[in-house]
Design a protein around this ligand. Structure first.
Ligand code: BGC
Ligand code: NOJ
Length: 811
């Protein structure tokens, strides 16, 4: 069942009913000010950091699930309704929600009034704009009351949702004209406040939730709205809100617009304080002055559209498959940008308080957006490197506001260091900017010890090299990519925090997955050494990689597939010898992507085993058979019921590894088949099963052992976005940035006769035509660049032209 449709010309998804299987959300913001907005106008805003600088309040896991947002109530006689249906849930005569790139437009109509909420965060301003347009489509005069509503968060979202004994007494606001200032915490020498304003003269306001809603009412029936009168309340403690009341008279055919702005303001530095709670209104006034007229809002909106259109022209494909075009040209790249901005912190499944920026997550996210905003990728790489430890190991997360490693979580995830090589190499391949390697990066944020980034990469490589176990395979540490495979840990009591086995207690667990990574990213590191003239080092690195390759082919091979790991007692995990969890997806994907076993048939065998044992209608499950009972020696993985999350769920993140691995062995048909299974755009018609947004990937789909196979969870913030984009754009469609230039190496379904790619690479537009009249899956027979035949399949970057035509003939 579908709940809407794609409007590709507008780059929007149009939701046709407010009753989607889950809230279907969008993100507003691209720099510092961000908002989440659902198809019923739920969600919240924050500045830079969803935990420490939360501007509006949101209650996760509420009932109904999505309660709290920027709500606009319309009172028309006795009927009270919202354009987005929530929270009154008054049946609408018509409804649509258009989620676009960085904006959302919700339109509802009731009794001849059409109301549109246009919500966006401008490219360069620290605010969310909500333009409400009310239109009278009837034949009679209308006298309406419009009420705005949002609830302020007292900044630190965690404290806000736990520390009530304090927080019920700290709230402070101020109202001047149509502007509501939220200034809680200002006394404590925090220099920021929030502002919520409308560009018209108001007929009333409220800032006390209690006065506006009433003690025993809810968002769905606020007393002030039912009465048609604001209370003009000033909050003192308790729950500060922002609400404006506007009386609106509309003649038949007439429409009026109201521009609401929710902004974040900071005092200019070194400002003298008039009194402890007197805020400097200048930043707010300057911000609001930019949003007084429709023309101003239109211009800001256009700027936002231009921003996105500009970004998305970097890579576009034109194939006969409109779903594929839609994925590559719009939604996948959009999701890559959102994951770059959010990492794993704030979604409808991530509370914004739990996690900061993941080390491995952010490094992988880079793979998906580096072509869009290389300058910010550069900045991100340096931020990440600054948190690394001297021995090459890393913190697992850092907090975006402070950019410091998160000591509560600590380190010990032994795949983390190698991802820094992956991200940095991707950046240099894209940009050709080797100068990043000279950037001085700190250790554990201590800049007195800074060394060049290249040395950080070397330490990443050496960390894995020098931390190996009895099978010569890398030590897994607390976990590798699979956070839940905790082979050195045990928990005496379910639910108790995990303890770590001491190394003195025997051999420590090893990871074949990290071994695969070491081969893949070790080779990339060797390429980097060669490209920078470090030939001796490159040779040593290649030798170490060859050694690891041998270890994988030896102890890492189980007969029909790659072993997953060795546990702390040196028993294989992900082996036919195990009763449950005989085979895992991760080492098959990573080892084959790295080229392990390609020359000796093991790669083909491993992929065949994946197909036979792990593949399902909805995608490839993580492991089989699922663990049916809790294994203390395996950790969190077996704490999940079979078919969910890391215990035999379909992890969308590593499905593209298999698609990518299939391209390494030349299977274009199979690669595309794997790719399609988890791609949300191809699942639009089964929305009632899949449940999450059809325009973005979710992290996990329930596997075949689950109650409802095919049910998705954890949409939006997942490394899936970057890996699917990398796999599709580089390995299937075959446009691969290399140090030397753009390598064109498609691996496609043999039914595909050809396609066109437009790719901006190092400032030049390449218009690439792929001709596959030969109906092969892989192989470039010839290539011309601006009509001239060239050897091989790498386009050497040009500097003297703006546009270059390339024709590639497969065969
Ligand atoms: C989840 C993992 C996730 C981890 C993050 C675990 O509970 O199952 O998917 O990576 O938490 O900390
Ligand atoms: C989600 C985490 O963000 C990611 O880092 C991890 O690799 C996967 N879960 C798998 O456990």
């Amino acid at each position: 069942m579908k709940f809407g449709h794609f409007d590709d010309a507008a780059k929007e998804y149009v939701i046709e009913t407010p009753r989607t299987p889950l809230p279907w959300i969008n993100y507003l913001g691209s720099q510092d000010f961000f908002s989440l907005i659902s198809n019923t106008a739920g969600g919240y805003s924050f500045y830079k950091d969803a935990k420490l600088m939360r501007i509006t309040r949101y209650r996760y896991n509420n009932c109904p699930l999505d309660a709290g947002g920027r709500y606009y109530y319309i009172k028309d006689g006795d009927t009270v309704w919202n354009p987005g249906w929530q929270p009154t849930q008054t049946e609408l005569d018509s409804y649509s929600c258009r989620h676009g790139l960085g904006y959302t437009i919700i339109t509802g109509s009731k009794n001849n009034i059409e109301a549109t909420l246009q919500a966006f965060v401008p490219v360069n301003d620290k605010c969310e704009v909500n333009r409400i347009i009310l239109k009278n489509n009837g034949t009679e005069d209308k006298h309406l009351d419009l009420f705005s509503f949002l609830e302020f968060c007292l900044w630190n979202a965690q404290d806000d949702s736990t520390n009530f004994q304090r927080n019920f007494s700290t709230g402070e606001v101020e109202v001047i004209g149509s502007t509501i200032y939220h200034k809680t915490e200002y006394r404590e020498r925090r220099n920021h406040y929030a502002v919520y304003s409308v560009n018209k003269k108001i007929d009333g306001f409220d800032t006390s939730r209690h006065k506006f809603i009433g003690m025993y009412n809810g968002f769905h029936n606020p007393e002030a709205v039912l009465a048609g009168e604001s209370r003009n309340s000033i909050a003192r403690g308790w729950q500060p809100i922002g609400s404006h009341h506007l009386k609106v008279d509309l003649k038949p055919g007439e429409s009026q617009s109201f521009i609401f702005v929710l902004g974040y303001c900071e005092n200019p530095k070194d400002e003298k304080w008039e009194a402890p709670n007197v805020i400097n209104k200048k930043p707010a006034n300057e911000l609001l002055a930019q949003f007084q007229t429709d023309e101003q809002v239109d211009a800001k909106f256009q700027e936002l559209k231009d921003y996105w259109n500009g970004l998305l022209t970097t890579y576009t494909v034109h194939t006969e498959d409109e779903k594929l075009n839609r994925l590559v040209n719009i939604w996948n790249q959009y999701q890559c940008m959102v994951t770059f901005n959010m990492s794993r912190s704030a979604s409808y499944f991530e509370s914004g308080m739990g996690r900061g920026m993941g080390f491995r997550d952010s490094c992988q996210d880079l793979l998906g957006f580096v072509h869009l905003i290389p300058a910010r990728a550069r900045e991100r790489i340096i931020d990440i490197a600054n948190t690394q430890f001297e021995d090459g190991s890393t913190y697992h997360q850092y907090q975006p506001l402070t950019k410091k490693g998160n000591a509560d979580i600590g380190g010990g995830f032994n795949d983390d260091p190698l991802w820094l090589i992956a991200g940095t190499c991707a950046y240099i391949r894209e940009t050709g900017d080797f100068s990043i390697l000279d950037e001085m990066c700190a250790f554990d944020s201590d800049f007195s010890k800074a060394v060049p980034l290249m040395d950080h990469l070397r330490r990443s490589f050496n960390y894995t090299l020098t931390h190996r176990g009895p099978h010569n395979l890398p030590l897994i540490g607390r976990a590798d990519w699979n956070d839940c495979l905790n082979l050195n840990c045990f928990s005496e009591e379910p639910g108790e925090s995990f303890q770590t086995f001491g190394p003195s207690e025997g051999p420590v667990a090893e990871s074949v997955f990290i071994a695969g990574m070491f081969v893949k990213y070790g080779n990339e590191y060797a390429d980097l050494c060669e490209a920078t003239g470090l030939n001796d080092e490159a040779a040593k690195v290649r030798a170490a990689v060859a050694d690891m390759n041998e270890a994988i082919n030896g102890a890492g091979w189980d007969g029909e597939w790659f072993v997953r790991a060795y546990d702390a007692y040196s028993n294989p995990i992900g082996s036919d010898k195990n009763e449950e969890g005989k085979i895992y997806i991760e080492p098959q994907g990573m080892c084959v992507m790295a080229g392990v076993g390609v020359d000796n048939g093991k790669a083909e065998k491993a992929l065949k085993s994946v197909e036979e044992r792990l593949d399902t209608k909805f995608g490839i499950v993580l492991n089989q058979p699922a663990y049916t009972k809790y294994h203390v020696e395996l950790g969190e993985i077996s704490s999940y019921p079979p078919g969910y999350k890391e215990n035999a769920g379909i992890f969308c993140h590593n499905n593209p590894w298999i698609a990518c691995a299939e391209t390494v062995v030349g299977h274009g048909n199979r690669a595309f088949e794997v790719f399609k299974k988890t791609c949300p755009i191809y699942l639009e018609d089964i929305g009632e099963i899949h449940k999450t947004e059809p325009y973005v990937y979710c992290q996990m789909v329930a596997g075949r052992d689950a109650e409802i196979p095919g049910e998705g969870k954890n949409s939006w913030l997942t490394g899936t976005a970057a890996w699917t984009f990398t796999t599709m754009s580089q390995y299937i469609l075959g446009c691969q940035p290399t140090f030397a230039g753009l390598c064109i190496n498609p691996c496609i379904p043999d039914t595909l006769e050809g396609y066109k790619l437009d790719r901006t690479f190092r400032g030049v537009r390449y218009h690439i035509t792929i001709d596959n009249k030969a109906h092969v899956q892989k192989g470039v027979k010839s290539m011309t660049v601006d009509g001239v035949a060239v050897e091989g399949n790498v386009i050497t970057p040009v500097t003297d032209k703006t546009d270059v035509d390339v024709v590639v003939t497969m065969g």
